[in-house]
Structure formats: C-alpha cells, structure tokens
Design a protein around this ligand. Structure first.
Ligand code: UDX
Ligand code: ADP
Length: 455
C-alpha cells in the first residue's frame, strides 16, 4: 500500500489535523479535498480559511511538499487507499429527529462518492462525529458493492478544541481508534495507529471497538459540557445568595476527584460540538427507549439556554428595564477566545435577544468580524461592526464581555468610561476582568455568579 492519505472535508477538523499529520509524517503524502472551491482556494493562499494559533506556520512548511489541497475528490479517491472523512454532521433541521438527530447527508454523499470512484480496496476513517453504529451502517453500504471491493471502516474521532487545535493534535491526551471485529479490521486499525505512532507514545493510542469509539466522542463532549452547565447553575444560585462562584468553583475544584478544568462560569458554552453532540446523545437515548437518560442530558442544554436568557435579563434589569434605542458595546462574538468561529456562539444568541429588545449593538471581536457580519446580516442599522473596542464603547450605555479574549484585559477602560453614557455599566459575561479596578473607575460592574458592584 502506498503511503498516501486523502482527507475529504477541509474544515476546522480536516485542515489542522492533516497539516499536523503531514508535518509529523514526511513519508506520507496527504491530499485534502473539499467540494467548496472557495475553501480550497483559501487553503492554497496566504489567507487560510480558519484562524488557529500555529496553523499558518505548519501549513507554510508542508504545503506543496507532502500536503495538497484540491477540489478533485474523484481523483483523490482513485489515488489514495486511506481516506479520512471529516465532513460536517450538523443537527438535522427537517424531518424525523429535527433539532436532535445528526444530518448525515454530507457523510452519506461522501460514502457514495467513495463507492463510485474507488477502483481498489480502501480504509475509510471516520473523523466526523457520528451517532453510534454509523460506522457499521457505512461498512454495510460500502462493502455490499457490485465492484467486489473491500472497505474497512475505522472510527478515529477528533478531540481537538478550537484555539488550541495544533497543541491538541501535537500532544493529545489520547488517540482513539475503533475497529470492526476481525483480522481485516485489526489490520486497518494497525495501519492508522502506525501513522500516529510517528509522534505519539503508544500508550496514548487507545484501541477499542468501533461503537465504543463513536460513543466516547459523544460522552466526552457531554461530560465536559455538563461541568459547564453545573457551574453555571450554581452561578445562578450564587447571585441569589451572595456566594461567589469563582470562590466556590476554585474551592470545589481543589478536590482532586473534581479537578480544576472546565469550571469557569460564564454566558454558557458554544461551538460546533457540545450542543450538537448532546442532542445526538438525547436522540440516541430516545431511540434506545431510555427517556430518563434523554431527559438527564437534555437538562445540560436547557441550563445553557437558561444561562443566556438569564444574562440578558440581568442586563435588562440593570438598565432600568428597557433597552430600546440604547447602544450596547459587545466585546467578543466568537464562541471562545483564539478562534474566529461563531457557530453556536453564546454571543450570537445573546446579541439576537438584545436586538429583539430593540437595543443598538456595536460589535468588536479580534477575529470573528466576518462571521459576525454574516450572522447578523438581517438586522440592518441596528448593528454596527466596529473597528476597535474604543469605537464600540463610544456613546454606549454598557459594555458586555461575551468572549474570553485575553487581550480584553489590556484595554483602557478608564478611557472608555469617559466616552460612555452615565451611569456606565459593564457586564462581564466571562468573569475575565478586574472588577474592583473597573468599579474604582466608576462602572457599575455585573459579573456572573458574583454580586454586582454598584456605583
Ligand atoms: C470541544 C471539546 O473541548 C473538544 O475536545 C471536542 O473535540 C470539540 O468540542 P471546542 O468546542 O473547540 O472543543 O471548545 P471548548 O474549549 O471545549 O469550549 C466550548 C465552550 O465552552 C466555549 O464556548 C467556552 O467558552 C465554554 N467554556 C469552556 C466555559 O464556558 N467554561 C469553561 O470552563 C470551559
Ligand atoms: P468541522 O468543524 O467538522 O471540520 P466544517 O464545516 O468546518 O466542519 O468542515 C466541513 C467541510 O466539509 C466543509 O468545508 C464542507 O465544504 C466539506 N464538505 C461537506 N460535504 C462534503 C462532500 N460531500 N465532499 C467534500 N467535502 C464536503
């Protein structure tokens, strides 16, 4: 078998993953293919389609050597025996399971393209998050072909987080490789493991059956999101009782059984994975006749929605119960720091709720302005897309911190305060800033899960 890989889908997962594999495995030739001509053109340019710290440098080093981007999917399938699939699997918006089940149309059309263009046996690796047993279904579709070709389907879910994708890929906690039973499945798993062994210690490469691998991806995301909803639910309680969520989370997290990570209260989780994967899990539980399990996990999403509504309510209450015509400066639109991605961003949901109240928004984000413009295109003059934080704050009644960008800490808040309407409010939806300092400047400061510092 020649050492070459095709990856179908050049998105947030496919692009960075293949760039890292190319950089660590010079003996492998890697082609990344996508149906979107614009995306492929961007990958081939100096202006990559996604922002990810460290990605530019890696792509510069390997592009044109052993990493190539193309729209010629058919040729890629013909010429490569190992095919990674990292197309998107969004939540279905129509038909049975709408709002919960994953939409598998992109995955299925990829499978059919593989079947159509393959001229020899292939190993197909699922990177996209898929509901449990999809690999088996795909195996059946691919393997029952009149060409008499053999396909091995391997599940190799991605655990990278945006903003730290390159670090996560270079030094992952684990790589999961799930294979179908039998010698052929095992051989396929060995080959995929051999790619990762170029830079990852063997004890971190975990082999499982294919269903465990698929479910682990959903489970890991659900458990992480659950921690955030847990801490956010406690933040609501803190605001009522006078306890401070930062103190509670820190003290609880000192118990090594609980741990420190993922206990930051805020405006709720966003991103392309958490909500979608929990809703997959809910759907799966319902399909399996386990309504209690479905209700349990649905609660994690409900608390997240509630947290966003509660934040908007807090803004309303503080600003004398009306937002109509008031200018609000929104700092941060990405779903988290160090990315321009706005999929499921709490900032987007909160902005839309504020706009329903006829607020005027001035938005500033270091990397997400293009996505913010696209997301809020229908709101016309009610939204201003500002070139700087200072421009957004000028004439505003309040500043709302909605993304935890570290650089927001370094702004000249005293200068902003001078330019704002009074009383000037600051709602720190990420508990990012020094609240005492802001209070001294003159702001009424409303953190999450902590008492308001009123003027
Ligand atoms: C997540 C998983 O971390 C990753 O392993 C998986 O492969 C894909 O989904 P990602 O969505 O990129 O990655 O970002 P993550 O860092 O998990 O943050 C998700 C959301 O939770 C963000 O909106 C973030 O701001 C929020 N968050 C995170 C909190 O509100 N509090 C926390 O303590 C941690
Ligand atoms: P993720 O975050 O999972 O990587 P993205 O939306 O960023 O999701 O990327 C998925 C990519 O898959 C997109 O660039 C999209 O154009 C591509 N894609 C979707 N369907 C197909 C297909 N049938 N063939 C090739 N590429 C596809």
């Amino acid at each position: 078998m020649k050492k070459s890989i095709l990856c179908i889908g050049a998105g947030y997962v496919g692009g960075p993953t293949m760039a890292v594999i190319a950089s660590r495995c010079p003996q492998w030739n890697i082609t990344v293919a996508d149906i979107s001509e614009a995306r492929i053109a961007a990958w081939n340019s100096s202006d990559l389609p996604i922002y990810e710290p460290g990605l530019d440098e890696i792509v510069q080093k390997v592009r044109g050597k052993n990493l190539f981007f193309t729209t010629d999917i058919a040729r890629g399938i013909r010429e490569n025996d190992v095919i990674f699939v990292s197309v998107n699997t969004p939540t279905k918006t129509f038909g049975a399971g709408a709002g919960f089940a994953p939409d598998l149309q992109y995955w299925e059309s990829t499978a059919r393209a593989i079947l159509e263009h393959a001229g020899n046996d292939k190993i197909v690796v699922e990177k996209s998050t898929l509901p449990v047993r999809t690999a088996e279904a795909m195996h059946r579709i691919l393997d029952n072909n009149h060409k008499k070709l053999h396909f091995d389907v391997v599940s190799n879910p991605e655990f990278l987080a945006e903003g730290t994708a390159i670090r996560d890929l270079l030094d992952p906690d684990r790589v999961l490789i799930g294979t179908m039973p039998g010698p052929s499945g095992n051989r396929a798993g060995d080959l995929i493991a051999s790619i990762y062994q170029n830079w990852i210690a063997p004890e971190k490469i975990k082999r499982t059956n294919v269903w465990s691998s698929e479910l682990t991806k959903l489970a890991a995301n659900a458990l992480l999101a659950q921690r955030i909803s847990s801490v956010n639910s406690l933040a609501a309680l803190c605001e009522e009782t006078g306890a401070d969520i930062e103190e509670v989370a820190q003290a609880a997290g000192m118990d090594h059984r609980i741990g420190k990570a993922f206990l930051r209260a805020g405006v709720g989780f966003g991103g392309s994975c958490f909500r979608k994967d929990i809703l997959h899990l809910v759907y799966l539980a319902e399909q399996c006749g386990l309504p209690e399990v479905a209700t349990y996990w649905r609660g994690v999403v409900e608390i997240n929605d509630y947290q966003q509504r509660r934040f908007v309510q807090r803004v309303m209450n503080a600003l004398f119960h009306t937002l109509a015509g008031k200018r609000l400066a929104i700092f941060g639109f990405a779903f988290k720091a160090d990315t321009g991605d706005t999929r499921e961003s709490p900032a987007a949901a909160i902005a839309k709720m504020l706009l329903e109240e006829h607020a005027k928004l001035a938005i500033y984000d270091p990397k997400a302005m293009a996505n913010a413009r696209a997301e809020l295109a229908s709101y016309g003059d009610a939204v201003e897309f500002s070139n700087s934080a200072a421009e957004a704050a000028r004439g505003a009644h309040a500043i709302l911190i909605l993304t935890e960008w570290a650089q927001f800490r370094d702004f000249d808040y005293a200068g902003f305060y001078q330019q704002m309407e009074k009383p000037a409010f600051l709602f720190d939806g990420r508990n990012l800033l020094d609240h005492q300092m802001l209070h001294k400047i003159g702001f009424t400061v409303c953190p999450v899960g902590r008492p308001t510092l009123s003027v």
